[in-house]
Design a protein around this ligand. Structure first.
Ligand SMILES: *Cc1c(COP(=O)(O)O)cnc(C)c1O
Length: 358
Protein backbone atom coordinates (compact mmCIF):
# COMPACT_ATOMS: atom_id res chain seq x y z
CA UNK A 1 0.00 0.00 0.00
CA UNK A 2 1.41 3.35 -0.98
CA UNK A 3 1.14 6.44 1.12
CA UNK A 4 -1.17 9.01 -0.43
CA UNK A 5 0.43 12.28 -1.41
CA UNK A 6 -2.91 14.04 -1.22
CA UNK A 7 -3.47 16.16 1.85
CA UNK A 8 -7.12 16.02 2.86
CA UNK A 9 -9.05 18.48 4.97
CA UNK A 10 -12.78 17.99 5.27
CA UNK A 11 -15.49 20.57 5.63
CA UNK A 12 -17.18 20.98 8.98
CA UNK A 13 -20.46 22.08 7.43
CA UNK A 14 -21.57 20.07 4.40
CA UNK A 15 -24.02 21.80 2.05
CA UNK A 16 -25.38 18.46 0.86
CA UNK A 17 -28.67 18.73 2.77
CA UNK A 18 -29.49 21.95 0.84
CA UNK A 19 -29.46 20.12 -2.49
CA UNK A 20 -32.68 18.97 -4.15
CA UNK A 21 -31.65 16.02 -6.33
CA UNK A 22 -34.87 16.34 -8.32
CA UNK A 23 -34.03 19.86 -9.37
CA UNK A 24 -30.46 20.12 -10.64
CA UNK A 25 -29.86 22.63 -13.40
CA UNK A 26 -26.59 21.69 -15.14
CA UNK A 27 -23.53 23.47 -13.79
CA UNK A 28 -25.09 25.35 -10.90
CA UNK A 29 -24.38 23.37 -7.73
CA UNK A 30 -20.89 22.43 -6.62
CA UNK A 31 -20.10 19.73 -4.05
CA UNK A 32 -18.32 20.44 -0.75
CA UNK A 33 -14.74 19.74 -1.75
CA UNK A 34 -12.29 20.36 -4.57
CA UNK A 35 -8.86 19.06 -5.51
CA UNK A 36 -6.02 21.52 -6.08
CA UNK A 37 -2.37 21.40 -7.04
CA UNK A 38 0.14 24.09 -7.94
CA UNK A 39 2.95 24.15 -10.49
CA UNK A 40 6.00 26.13 -9.49
CA UNK A 41 9.74 25.84 -10.14
CA UNK A 42 9.09 23.22 -12.83
CA UNK A 43 7.05 20.77 -10.75
CA UNK A 44 3.56 20.01 -9.53
CA UNK A 45 3.21 20.18 -5.77
CA UNK A 46 0.86 20.66 -2.86
CA UNK A 47 -1.75 18.06 -3.86
CA UNK A 48 -4.77 18.65 -1.66
CA UNK A 49 -8.48 18.13 -1.29
CA UNK A 50 -10.14 20.82 0.77
CA UNK A 51 -13.48 22.63 0.99
CA UNK A 52 -14.42 24.40 -2.26
CA UNK A 53 -13.07 27.92 -2.02
CA UNK A 54 -12.78 31.12 -4.01
CA UNK A 55 -9.35 31.81 -5.44
CA UNK A 56 -7.49 35.03 -4.93
CA UNK A 57 -6.12 35.95 -8.36
CA UNK A 58 -3.98 38.91 -9.41
CA UNK A 59 -5.50 41.12 -12.15
CA UNK A 60 -2.45 40.45 -14.32
CA UNK A 61 -3.13 36.69 -14.36
CA UNK A 62 -2.01 35.34 -17.74
CA UNK A 63 -4.94 32.93 -18.15
CA UNK A 64 -7.36 35.84 -18.13
CA UNK A 65 -5.37 37.96 -20.60
CA UNK A 66 -4.03 35.41 -23.07
CA UNK A 67 -6.10 32.31 -22.54
CA UNK A 68 -3.84 29.55 -21.20
CA UNK A 69 -6.77 27.61 -19.79
CA UNK A 70 -7.73 23.99 -20.46
CA UNK A 71 -10.38 21.73 -19.02
CA UNK A 72 -12.01 18.33 -19.06
CA UNK A 73 -15.54 17.07 -18.44
CA UNK A 74 -16.25 13.61 -17.05
CA UNK A 75 -18.90 11.86 -15.01
CA UNK A 76 -19.02 9.61 -11.96
CA UNK A 77 -22.22 7.70 -11.30
CA UNK A 78 -23.59 5.09 -8.94
CA UNK A 79 -23.99 1.47 -9.92
CA UNK A 80 -27.26 -0.29 -9.16
CA UNK A 81 -25.58 -1.52 -5.95
CA UNK A 82 -24.76 2.04 -4.90
CA UNK A 83 -21.05 1.88 -5.65
CA UNK A 84 -19.50 5.10 -7.02
CA UNK A 85 -18.16 4.37 -10.49
CA UNK A 86 -15.82 6.16 -12.86
CA UNK A 87 -15.96 5.81 -16.64
CA UNK A 88 -12.70 5.68 -18.64
CA UNK A 89 -10.93 8.17 -16.33
CA UNK A 90 -7.50 7.59 -17.92
CA UNK A 91 -8.80 8.84 -21.28
CA UNK A 92 -9.47 12.21 -19.67
CA UNK A 93 -5.94 12.68 -18.36
CA UNK A 94 -4.48 11.63 -21.72
CA UNK A 95 -6.62 14.26 -23.41
CA UNK A 96 -5.96 16.91 -20.76
CA UNK A 97 -2.24 16.42 -21.30
CA UNK A 98 -2.68 16.60 -25.08
CA UNK A 99 -4.46 19.93 -24.58
CA UNK A 100 -1.65 21.01 -22.22
CA UNK A 101 1.03 20.29 -24.84
CA UNK A 102 -0.81 22.30 -27.49
CA UNK A 103 -1.30 25.26 -25.16
CA UNK A 104 2.32 25.17 -23.96
CA UNK A 105 1.28 24.19 -20.44
CA UNK A 106 2.85 21.52 -18.19
CA UNK A 107 1.40 18.02 -18.28
CA UNK A 108 -0.20 16.79 -15.08
CA UNK A 109 1.06 13.43 -13.69
CA UNK A 110 -1.30 10.65 -14.83
CA UNK A 111 -1.17 8.61 -11.60
CA UNK A 112 -1.86 11.67 -9.48
CA UNK A 113 -4.86 12.56 -11.63
CA UNK A 114 -6.26 9.05 -11.26
CA UNK A 115 -5.67 9.05 -7.51
CA UNK A 116 -7.23 12.52 -7.17
CA UNK A 117 -10.33 11.50 -9.10
CA UNK A 118 -10.79 8.28 -7.10
CA UNK A 119 -10.26 10.01 -3.76
CA UNK A 120 -12.50 12.97 -4.55
CA UNK A 121 -15.35 10.84 -5.92
CA UNK A 122 -15.19 8.49 -2.96
CA UNK A 123 -15.34 11.47 -0.60
CA UNK A 124 -18.19 13.14 -2.50
CA UNK A 125 -20.19 9.99 -3.23
CA UNK A 126 -23.13 11.35 -1.24
CA UNK A 127 -23.35 14.02 -3.93
CA UNK A 128 -23.97 11.50 -6.73
CA UNK A 129 -27.69 11.82 -7.49
CA UNK A 130 -29.52 8.48 -7.23
CA UNK A 131 -31.63 8.70 -10.42
CA UNK A 132 -30.61 6.66 -13.45
CA UNK A 133 -28.77 8.90 -15.91
CA UNK A 134 -27.93 11.48 -13.24
CA UNK A 135 -24.28 11.85 -12.26
CA UNK A 136 -21.59 13.74 -10.49
CA UNK A 137 -19.96 15.86 -13.20
CA UNK A 138 -16.23 16.34 -12.72
CA UNK A 139 -14.60 19.46 -14.08
CA UNK A 140 -10.80 19.34 -14.13
CA UNK A 141 -9.31 22.75 -14.98
CA UNK A 142 -5.76 23.99 -15.49
CA UNK A 143 -4.97 27.70 -15.67
CA UNK A 144 -1.87 29.87 -15.94
CA UNK A 145 -1.03 31.70 -12.71
CA UNK A 146 1.79 34.13 -13.62
CA UNK A 147 0.95 37.68 -12.76
CA UNK A 148 2.90 39.76 -15.25
CA UNK A 149 1.70 40.88 -18.66
CA UNK A 150 3.39 39.66 -21.82
CA UNK A 151 2.47 37.01 -24.35
CA UNK A 152 4.55 34.04 -23.20
CA UNK A 153 3.89 30.75 -21.47
CA UNK A 154 3.29 31.14 -17.75
CA UNK A 155 5.82 29.67 -15.33
CA UNK A 156 3.17 28.99 -12.67
CA UNK A 157 -0.08 27.05 -13.02
CA UNK A 158 -2.96 25.79 -10.92
CA UNK A 159 -4.82 22.54 -11.48
CA UNK A 160 -8.21 21.92 -9.92
CA UNK A 161 -11.00 19.39 -10.01
CA UNK A 162 -14.48 20.56 -9.07
CA UNK A 163 -17.47 18.26 -8.86
CA UNK A 164 -21.11 19.10 -9.55
CA UNK A 165 -24.22 16.95 -9.18
CA UNK A 166 -26.20 16.97 -12.44
CA UNK A 167 -29.62 15.55 -13.22
CA UNK A 168 -30.47 13.12 -16.01
CA UNK A 169 -30.12 14.93 -19.28
CA UNK A 170 -33.52 14.43 -20.96
CA UNK A 171 -32.33 16.07 -24.13
CA UNK A 172 -34.98 17.22 -26.57
CA UNK A 173 -33.94 16.49 -30.14
CA UNK A 174 -31.75 19.37 -31.30
CA UNK A 175 -32.06 21.48 -34.43
CA UNK A 176 -28.83 22.46 -36.17
CA UNK A 177 -27.75 25.32 -38.38
CA UNK A 178 -24.92 24.54 -40.81
CA UNK A 179 -22.74 27.62 -40.36
CA UNK A 180 -21.20 29.29 -43.42
CA UNK A 181 -19.90 32.56 -42.02
CA UNK A 182 -18.13 31.68 -38.78
CA UNK A 183 -15.79 28.80 -37.99
CA UNK A 184 -14.87 26.86 -34.87
CA UNK A 185 -11.46 25.60 -35.87
CA UNK A 186 -9.02 25.76 -38.74
CA UNK A 187 -6.26 23.29 -39.62
CA UNK A 188 -3.22 24.12 -37.55
CA UNK A 189 -5.32 25.88 -34.90
CA UNK A 190 -6.40 24.70 -31.47
CA UNK A 191 -9.65 22.92 -32.33
CA UNK A 192 -8.42 19.64 -30.93
CA UNK A 193 -7.60 21.18 -27.53
CA UNK A 194 -10.26 21.56 -24.85
CA UNK A 195 -9.20 25.16 -24.31
CA UNK A 196 -11.27 28.11 -23.15
CA UNK A 197 -10.96 30.29 -26.25
CA UNK A 198 -12.67 27.74 -28.50
CA UNK A 199 -15.86 28.20 -26.49
CA UNK A 200 -15.58 31.99 -26.24
CA UNK A 201 -15.30 32.15 -30.03
CA UNK A 202 -18.43 30.07 -30.48
CA UNK A 203 -20.74 32.23 -28.36
CA UNK A 204 -21.57 34.95 -30.87
CA UNK A 205 -22.38 32.65 -33.82
CA UNK A 206 -24.31 30.42 -31.39
CA UNK A 207 -26.39 33.42 -30.34
CA UNK A 208 -27.14 34.26 -33.97
CA UNK A 209 -28.18 30.65 -34.58
CA UNK A 210 -30.51 30.78 -31.54
CA UNK A 211 -32.06 34.01 -32.82
CA UNK A 212 -32.64 32.29 -36.16
CA UNK A 213 -34.48 29.52 -34.29
CA UNK A 214 -31.84 26.76 -34.08
CA UNK A 215 -30.45 25.07 -30.97
CA UNK A 216 -26.87 24.50 -32.03
CA UNK A 217 -24.40 25.20 -34.78
CA UNK A 218 -23.14 22.51 -37.09
CA UNK A 219 -19.57 23.62 -37.78
CA UNK A 220 -18.11 23.26 -41.26
CA UNK A 221 -14.44 23.28 -42.21
CA UNK A 222 -12.72 26.66 -42.26
CA UNK A 223 -11.34 26.44 -45.81
CA UNK A 224 -14.26 25.45 -48.02
CA UNK A 225 -17.24 25.41 -45.65
CA UNK A 226 -17.90 21.99 -47.09
CA UNK A 227 -16.93 19.27 -44.63
CA UNK A 228 -18.78 18.77 -41.37
CA UNK A 229 -16.75 19.04 -38.16
CA UNK A 230 -18.98 18.78 -35.07
CA UNK A 231 -22.00 20.36 -33.37
CA UNK A 232 -21.87 22.73 -30.42
CA UNK A 233 -19.79 20.73 -27.95
CA UNK A 234 -20.58 17.31 -29.36
CA UNK A 235 -19.19 15.06 -32.05
CA UNK A 236 -21.62 14.03 -34.77
CA UNK A 237 -22.71 10.76 -36.41
CA UNK A 238 -24.80 10.19 -39.55
CA UNK A 239 -26.68 7.03 -40.46
CA UNK A 240 -27.02 7.01 -44.25
CA UNK A 241 -28.65 3.90 -45.67
CA UNK A 242 -26.84 1.09 -43.89
CA UNK A 243 -23.69 3.14 -43.29
CA UNK A 244 -22.65 4.93 -40.11
CA UNK A 245 -20.32 7.86 -40.74
CA UNK A 246 -18.53 10.28 -38.43
CA UNK A 247 -15.95 12.92 -39.40
CA UNK A 248 -12.38 11.75 -38.87
CA UNK A 249 -10.37 13.63 -36.27
CA UNK A 250 -7.44 15.26 -38.01
CA UNK A 251 -6.77 18.25 -35.80
CA UNK A 252 -9.81 20.50 -36.10
CA UNK A 253 -12.23 18.24 -34.22
CA UNK A 254 -12.28 17.53 -30.51
CA UNK A 255 -11.47 13.86 -29.95
CA UNK A 256 -14.58 13.00 -27.99
CA UNK A 257 -14.32 10.09 -25.57
CA UNK A 258 -18.03 9.42 -26.05
CA UNK A 259 -17.36 9.42 -29.81
CA UNK A 260 -14.76 6.69 -29.31
CA UNK A 261 -17.02 4.79 -26.89
CA UNK A 262 -19.84 4.89 -29.45
CA UNK A 263 -17.57 3.58 -32.22
CA UNK A 264 -16.38 0.70 -29.99
CA UNK A 265 -19.93 -0.21 -29.00
CA UNK A 266 -21.04 -0.13 -32.63
CA UNK A 267 -18.11 -2.30 -33.73
CA UNK A 268 -18.84 -4.77 -30.93
CA UNK A 269 -22.43 -5.02 -32.17
CA UNK A 270 -21.30 -5.74 -35.72
CA UNK A 271 -21.63 -2.27 -37.23
CA UNK A 272 -18.80 -0.69 -39.18
CA UNK A 273 -18.22 3.01 -38.66
CA UNK A 274 -16.66 5.05 -41.44
CA UNK A 275 -14.35 7.72 -40.04
CA UNK A 276 -13.81 10.01 -43.00
CA UNK A 277 -14.55 13.48 -44.32
CA UNK A 278 -18.28 13.90 -44.81
CA UNK A 279 -19.52 16.89 -46.79
CA UNK A 280 -22.73 18.79 -46.25
CA UNK A 281 -23.57 17.98 -49.91
CA UNK A 282 -23.42 14.27 -49.15
CA UNK A 283 -25.87 14.78 -46.29
CA UNK A 284 -28.22 16.89 -48.45
CA UNK A 285 -28.13 14.26 -51.20
CA UNK A 286 -28.82 11.44 -48.75
CA UNK A 287 -31.74 13.39 -47.33
CA UNK A 288 -33.19 14.05 -50.80
CA UNK A 289 -32.95 10.35 -51.60
CA UNK A 290 -34.62 9.38 -48.34
CA UNK A 291 -31.48 7.69 -47.07
CA UNK A 292 -30.67 9.98 -44.12
CA UNK A 293 -32.03 7.79 -41.35
CA UNK A 294 -30.50 9.18 -38.22
CA UNK A 295 -28.20 11.96 -37.03
CA UNK A 296 -26.99 12.25 -33.45
CA UNK A 297 -24.40 14.08 -31.37
CA UNK A 298 -22.17 12.44 -28.74
CA UNK A 299 -20.68 14.02 -25.60
CA UNK A 300 -20.23 13.39 -21.89
CA UNK A 301 -23.04 15.75 -20.82
CA UNK A 302 -25.87 14.51 -23.07
CA UNK A 303 -24.33 11.10 -23.95
CA UNK A 304 -26.41 10.97 -27.16
CA UNK A 305 -28.46 13.87 -28.53
CA UNK A 306 -30.81 13.13 -31.38
CA UNK A 307 -30.88 15.70 -34.20
CA UNK A 308 -34.34 16.70 -35.42
CA UNK A 309 -33.40 18.99 -38.31
CA UNK A 310 -30.47 20.55 -40.09
CA UNK A 311 -30.71 23.92 -41.84
CA UNK A 312 -28.44 24.59 -44.80
CA UNK A 313 -28.70 27.58 -47.11
CA UNK A 314 -32.23 28.38 -46.08
CA UNK A 315 -33.57 24.85 -46.38
CA UNK A 316 -34.55 22.75 -43.38
CA UNK A 317 -33.82 19.06 -43.66
CA UNK A 318 -36.30 17.50 -41.26
CA UNK A 319 -35.28 14.14 -39.88
CA UNK A 320 -38.40 12.14 -39.36
CA UNK A 321 -36.63 8.82 -39.07
CA UNK A 322 -35.98 6.71 -35.99
CA UNK A 323 -33.26 6.80 -33.41
CA UNK A 324 -32.48 3.10 -33.28
CA UNK A 325 -28.68 3.33 -33.40
CA UNK A 326 -28.38 6.34 -31.09
CA UNK A 327 -30.78 4.77 -28.58
CA UNK A 328 -28.81 1.52 -28.58
CA UNK A 329 -25.56 3.38 -27.79
CA UNK A 330 -27.19 5.44 -25.06
CA UNK A 331 -28.80 2.39 -23.47
CA UNK A 332 -25.47 0.56 -23.50
CA UNK A 333 -23.53 3.45 -21.93
CA UNK A 334 -26.15 4.00 -19.22
CA UNK A 335 -26.25 0.25 -18.58
CA UNK A 336 -22.47 0.08 -18.26
CA UNK A 337 -22.56 2.90 -15.72
CA UNK A 338 -25.31 1.13 -13.78
CA UNK A 339 -23.58 -2.23 -13.99
CA UNK A 340 -26.54 -3.85 -15.77
CA UNK A 341 -24.59 -4.31 -19.04
CA UNK A 342 -21.52 -6.52 -19.25
CA UNK A 343 -18.43 -4.32 -19.50
CA UNK A 344 -16.44 -6.07 -22.22
CA UNK A 345 -14.00 -3.19 -22.40
CA UNK A 346 -13.19 -2.58 -18.71
CA UNK A 347 -14.35 1.00 -19.02
CA UNK A 348 -16.00 1.25 -15.62
CA UNK A 349 -14.04 1.26 -12.40
CA UNK A 350 -15.18 1.58 -8.79
CA UNK A 351 -13.93 4.76 -7.12
CA UNK A 352 -11.74 3.80 -4.23
CA UNK A 353 -10.17 6.14 -1.72
CA UNK A 354 -6.46 6.76 -1.86
CA UNK A 355 -5.79 4.31 0.97
CA UNK A 356 -6.58 1.33 -1.22
CA UNK A 357 -4.70 2.36 -4.32
CA UNK A 358 -1.42 0.46 -4.51
C1 LIG B 1 -15.85 17.94 -24.77
C2 LIG B 1 -16.24 18.13 -26.21
C3 LIG B 1 -16.79 17.11 -27.00
C4 LIG B 1 -17.21 15.78 -26.43
O1 LIG B 1 -16.19 15.07 -25.82
P1 LIG B 1 -16.55 13.91 -24.78
O2 LIG B 1 -15.21 13.40 -24.38
O3 LIG B 1 -17.35 12.90 -25.52
O4 LIG B 1 -17.31 14.54 -23.68
C5 LIG B 1 -17.01 17.35 -28.34
N1 LIG B 1 -16.74 18.54 -28.89
C6 LIG B 1 -16.23 19.57 -28.16
C7 LIG B 1 -15.94 20.86 -28.83
C8 LIG B 1 -15.97 19.39 -26.80
O5 LIG B 1 -15.50 20.40 -26.08
Amino acid sequence: MSESKINISKTESSRLSEIDFDNLPFGKFFSDHMFQADYEDGEWKDFRIAPLENLSIHPGNLAWHYGQSIFEGMKASKSKDGIPMLFRPEEHIYRLNASARRMCMPEFPEEMFIEAVHTLVEMEQGWIPPQEGAALYLRPLMIAMDEALGVRPSAKYKFMIMTLPVGPYYAQPVSLLAEETYIRAAKGGVGEAKTAGNYAGSLYPARLAKEAGYDQIMWLDAKEFKYIQEVGTMNIFFVIGDKIITPETTGTILKGITRNTAIEILNFNGYQVEERPISIDEVVKAHNEGLLKEVFGTGTAAVIAKVSKIAYRGNDMVLSGGSEIGDMIKKTINGLRLGTEIDHWNWTVAAKGSQVIV
